[in-house]
Structure formats: structure tokens, C-alpha cells
Write a protein that binds this ligand. Structure first.
Ligand SMILES: Cc1cc2nc3c(=O)[nH]c(=O)nc-3n(C[C@H](O)[C@H](O)[C@H](O)COP(=O)(O)O)c2cc1C
Length: 330
């Protein structure tokens, strides 16, 4: 499938997740296969335009992640257009607009999901960006702001007319945050009405759910928390789409993933003004809270990761938990 002129090798994508989908994580998921697109964590349009170092770091990616979409947030059409040019200048394949973030810190600046409350303004942002760059401009939205204002169907048409090359819909309202269920009927309805590709997002925790959602008529599926729990989920979905059994993931595989993640993070630029080791430990704690869910004795691993104070502690906790001589040699 294609978004604008960008070819996606598979219809399954890693959803943008602030704090989680850093370049190291995206690379590892990509290496396991099945991944058609990765989206960065959301980055500030203001920060990009002003050349703030930390913002630029969040937008960094490596060649092996392509095709890569950089997601930006903001509410001012001119700043968003300028930021889209920065993204294009960084060589990204796609620039994505965040119209889904419910967090007040973002929403109060007329950015994130609050853009959905002003559809004409949201369309003006898309239009300014689409005129400013040659790369495809895409939009990620929710079902609406709240139950009284579920306007994704109307907004989807408006952003298509304004020049969006694809959209993704997470079928919850901002008011719902992550409670209840994502409304995939709404996503399917939008997919039927639009001519540009429509991706759905929400509640795919195993590969068979991804396949079921794809059959609902969307062009692709964006997987968030399911990838944090199981980074092989997209590869398993590809197996199933090809009529094969989904690949098995051993405990050793799961342990190796965490150790490789640590190694890749050690080679990243230092983040958040923290000493490198501390930052890596924090990153592992963040991933650990998702990765250990559904794992036998996962809560023990989570507690142990949270108590590790050095990288050596962290590595030996992982090796012991997934107890394998192969891991011990890494
Ligand atoms: C920790 C976390 C961070 C997220 N950050 C972003 C973000 O930066 N931009 C965005 O558009 N969506 C973000 N989302 C929403 C996801 O992209 C996705 O649409 C949502 O989690 C539903 O999909 P899922 O059930 O597969 O997780 C985030 C979700 C989580 C859990």
C-alpha cells in the first residue's frame, strides 16, 4: 500500500507513543519484521522551528527505520507549516499531525485533540502544511473530543479535502482517554467514505486482533500498547496474513530484546539532561511496565527492574529472569 508516493511494505504500523517509541525501540521492532511504518513520539512544532536541541533529538531516526513518519503537535497553521518544512529537511518520509492527544498540557495550546473541537481551524493547519511540503501530510485523530462531540467522520472528510494523504483514527474520545473500547465501527465507516487510506488504532493486543481489524475495511492498523507488550506482534500478524502460524517467541527472545534495547540506548545521545546510565534505567522501567504485562511472574520482573540502580543490576535481573546461558554471554 501507499501513502502519497511512499510505499509501505506492510499495512501494520507502530503507533506513535510519547516516551516509548524512541529510535532504539523502533529499530528493534522493525528488525523483527512485519512493520510497514514507524511513527516517532510526538514532537513540538514550536521546538522544531526554534531548533531546540531536545525537540530535535526526539525527532531523530536512523535509515533502517524507513519509511518513517515524524509526528508533530501544535495549533498554529504557520508554525505547523514551518515545522513540516523542518521535518522534510530532516529527510522524513511523512509528517503526521497529532489531533489525538488528550493531555491538558498539550490540549490547552489548541493542539492535540483540542484541534478536533475547531474543525475549520484543524483543516487550515492541514492545508498550510500540505502547501508547505512535498512529503505526505497525515493526521492522527480520535473519535472526537467527548461523547457529545464525536465528529471524526466530518473532520476526516475536511482534512482529506484540505490535502491530508492519509488519516489514522483511534476510536475513543479524548474524554475517554484509554477507558472503554475503541470504536472500530466508526473507523470502518470513515474508511468507507474516504478515498485516502484510513488506518485504525486501538485495542489490538494480539496478532489475530490485528488481522480481524484489517478485515473491517481499513487500509492499515496502527498498533500501540500491543507492540510494547509484544514487539513481535506485527511480524506475527504478517505470518497470519500470509496463512502461516504466527511465529513463536521464546523467553530467550524476550530477554534478548531487552538486552539489545539497553545496548542501543547506550549509543543514543544523552537525553533529558540525565546521566546516560540513569536515563537508560528510566527507559527500561518505562518499557518494563508494559513489557511485563501478561508474562508469567511478570510483576516480579517489573518490581525487580524498578529496583535496579545500575545497568549491571538491570542486565543481571533480565538474564536471571529469562534464565538462559545464551543471554548470559551477551
Ligand atoms: C504511552 C502512550 C503514549 C502515546 N503517545 C501518543 C502520541 O505521542 N501521539 C499519538 O498520536 N498517540 C499517542 N498514543 C496513542 C496511541 O498511538 C494509540 O492510538 C492508542 O494507544 C490506541 O492504540 P492501542 O490500543 O494499540 O495502544 C499514546 C499511547 C500510549 C499508550
Amino acid at each position: 500500500m501507499k501513502i502519497g508516493s511512499v510505499d509501505l511494505p506492510s499495512p501494520f504500523a507502530v503507533a506513535p507513543m510519547a516516551g516509548m517509541t524512541d529510535t532504539a525501540f523502533r529499530r528493534l521492532v522493525k528488525r523483527h519484521g512485519g512493520c510497514g511504518l514507524v511513527v516517532t513520539e510526538m514532537v513540538s512544532s514550536e521546538g522544531l522551528v526554534r531548533g531546540i536541541d531536545r525537540t530535535l533529538e526526539y525527532a531523530e531516526y536512523t535509515e533502517e527505520e524507513r519509511p518513517i513518519s515524524i509526528q508533530i503537535f501544535g495549533g498554529d497553521p504557520q508554525t505547523m507549516a514551518d515545522a513540516a518544512q523542518v521535518v522534510e529537511g530532516m529527510g522524513a518520509d511523512i509528517v503526521d499531525i497529532n489531533m489525538g492527544c488528550p493531555v491538558p498540557k498539550i490540549a490547552k495550546h489548541n493542539a492535540g485533540c483540542s484541534l478536533m473541537r475547531e474543525p475549520a481551524h484543524a483543516a487550515a493547519v492541514v492545508s498550510a502544511m500540505a502547501k508547505a511540503v512535498k512529503i505526505p501530510v497525515t493526521v492522527k485523530m480520535r473519535a472526537g473530543w467527548n461523547d457529545e462531540d464525536r465528529n471524526a467522520t466530518i473532520l476526516a472528510r475536511m482534512v482529506e479535502d484540505a490535502g491530508a494523504a492519509a488519516i489514522a483514527v483511534h476510536g475513543r474520545t479524548a474524554a475517554q482517554s484509554y477507558s472503554g473500547f475503541a470504536d472500530w465501527n466508526l473507523v470502518a465507516e470513515i474508511a468507507e467514505q474516504l478515498t485516502i487510506p484510513v488506518f485504525g488504532s486501538g485495542d489490538c493486543l494480539d496478532a489475530s486482533q490485528i488481522i480481524a481489524k484489517l478485515q473491517s475495511g481499513v487500509e492499515g492498523v496502527l498498533v500501540g500498547r500491543g507492540v510494547l507488550r509484544n514487539p513481535w506482534i506485527l511480524a506475527q500478524a504478517m505470518d497470519m496474513a500470509a496463512g502461516r502460524e504466527p511465529r513463536e517467541v521464546t523467553l530467550e527472545d524476550r530477554g534478548r530484546f531487552l538486552l539489545e534495547y539497553i545496548e542501543l540506548l547506550m549509543h543514543e545521545r544523552v537525553r533529558d539532561g540525565l546521566p546516560h546510565g540513569r536515563w537508560v534505567i528510566n527507559k527500561l522501567r518505562a518499557l518494563g511496565s508494559w513489557y511485563t504485562k501478561g508474562l508469567e511472574n511478570g510483576s516480579h520482573l517489573r518490581t525487580a527492574i524498578n529496583s535496579a540502580e545500575t545497568l549491571d543490576d538491570l542486565r543481571s535481573i533480565i538474564v536471571r529472569f529469562f534464565s538462559s546461558p545464551v543471554l548470559a554471554d551477551l
